[in-house]
Design a protein around this ligand. Structure first.
Ligand code: ATP
Ligand code: MG
Length: 426
């Protein structure tokens, strides 16, 4: 036997017993999105590296430290997607969606790849459920996206969540903000970490995202510098977003030091966090510069991405009552060669009648088959032995109380239907 193989560091096997949580999150996401008029999009898991270098930004952690990039066999520079927005925007442009009636409303669900430091809630392959609304610039749209994602978390059954919100201003106010920030940070240069000293010159907004303890006091004040230097348009826009949120009854917290780790954001940025633990379960914002940056027409846009693993973790720790995945309604048991052949026909008949049928045709003893039925949580069994083959009948047994009766083949379906109905009404 060879050396046993293990999954790469930072990845996970998501086993069948976990799937009820994944179904819960994915199905709820789909329901909310379709109801709100968003269409699903599936884009490639890998793209040209250049898309992320241009679209996410060379100075971001995602691209400078975390990207999985490689040359394929033809020498093309390829990268596993570290986030979903850049691919969706590329597709929007490439498929001419900017020529369709605007806004274009899209959602996705898929895995992202980042060379992150693996720890609780942080993986190298993780899933995001995302939403993007392209082609409309209006504060009500920002508020609507926030309201929809909060509705999603509420529908999941999660409590203790809040949305933190901030504005980093439009493109026109960016130079002034940058200058003011650089002035401010230069004055406090000595208290900044090495990363921030570097970021300061290239992209000072990113300093606000620093998690180093030593930078925190400077960063807290830097948030105020951004807000003080927003132009009137950006201030008015932000005020409107907050007013609409008030009107919609969505609770929020202002967080002046909130920025996103990606370069393309403008105006509103927001992040959904647990109130008590400060855990980030999703983040988003407006990105009016990205479509043009990637070669499309000047197009405003806003989006959000849910961190699926962290959301599932919360679903578990908050003890949300997650629905059971579909259980088979009926289990077919057989004993002997002739019975096995008859079982195949019975299974087919039940299946065509629309039941979820389970069986263990590879097993011999009735006892071991019933054990499988028990594990699956099935309450009703159709049992076929040699005697039933000859008498053209089956035994129908209620697995919860053991009550059983012999039924002629012709009445099998009708009896199964009646028994299941009785069970439901009990
Ligand atoms: P962080 O500051 O925690 O690294 P980020 O700013 O890199 O987060 P975003 O790019 O905004 O995160 O992604 C949105 C959401 O995706 C986060 O709120 C989080 O729930 C989730 N997420 C990000 N990175 C990871 C990861 N490595 N593993 C699992 N989930 C992640
Ligand atoms: Mg990160």
């Amino acid at each position: 036997m060879g050396r046993s193989l293990q999954k790469p560091r930072g990845t996970q096997d998501i086993l069948p017993s976990e799937q009820r949580y994944w179904f819960w999150v994915e199905d709820t996401w789909r329901e909310i999105m379709l109801a709100a008029g968003f269409g699903r999009i599936i884009t490639p898991t890998f793209e040209d590296t250049d898309l992320f270098v241009r679209g996410v930004g060379e100075t971001t952690d995602i691209v400078s430290k975390e990207i999985y990039s490689f040359k394929d066999r033809s020498g093309n520079a390829i990268a596993l997607r570290p986030e979903g927005t850049a691919g969706v925007v590329r597709s929007y442009i490439e498929n001419g969606m900017h020529k369709e009636p605007q806004p274009v409303k899209l959602y996705y669900f898929g895995s992202m790849f980042r060379y992150d430091r693996p720890q609780a809630g942080r993986y190298r392959e993780f899933y995001q459920a995302g939403v993007e609304l392209l082609g409309e610039l209006d504060p009500i749209v920002d508020a609507q996206i926030i309201a929809i994602v909060m509705k999603f978390y509420a529908k999941l059954g999660l409590k203790d969540l809040t949305v933190q919100i901030n504005s980093i201003g439009d493109a026109k106010s960016r130079p002034k903000i940058h200058r003011a920030l650089i002035d401010f940070l230069s004055a406090h240069r000595r208290s900044l970490c090495e990363d921030c000293k570097r970021r300061m010159a290239k992209n000072p907004l990113r300093v606000l995202d620093c998690k180093e303890k030593s930078c925190q006091s400077v960063v807290d004040e830097a948030g105020g510098v951004v807000l003080d230097n927003l132009n009137t348009e950006s201030k008015n826009y932000f005020t409107k977003v907050l007013e609409y949120l008030d009107d919609m009854g969505v609770e929020y917290e202002l967080n002046p030091r909130l920025v996103r780790g990606l370069d393309y954001y403008t105006h509103t940025v927001f992040e959904v966090m647990t109130k008590t633990g400060g855990l980030s379960v999703g983040a988003g914002g407006r990105y009016d510069g990205l479509v043009k940056l990637l070669g499309g027409p000047d197009t405003p846009a806003v989006g959000f991405a849910v961190g699926v693993e962290r959301t599932i973790e919360l679903v578990k720790t908050q003890g949300v009552n997650v629905p059971e995945p579909m259980r088979p309604n009926v289990f077919v048991v057989q004993l002997g060669d002739e019975a096995k052949k008859k079982a195949i026909l019975v299974i087919d008949q039940l299946d065509k009648a629309g039941y979820q049928v389970a069986h263990a045709l590879g097993r011999g003893s009735i006892k071991s088959q019933l054990r499988v039925a028990d594990r699956l949580g099935t309450n009703l069994a159709v049992i076929i032995g040699e005697r039933e083959v000859h008498s053209k009948s089956v035994i129908i047994r209620d697995l919860t109380d053991g009550a059983q009766e012999s039924i002629i083949d012709r009445d099998m379906l009708r009896t199964v239907q009646r028994k299941l109905k009785e069970r439901k009404n009990r």
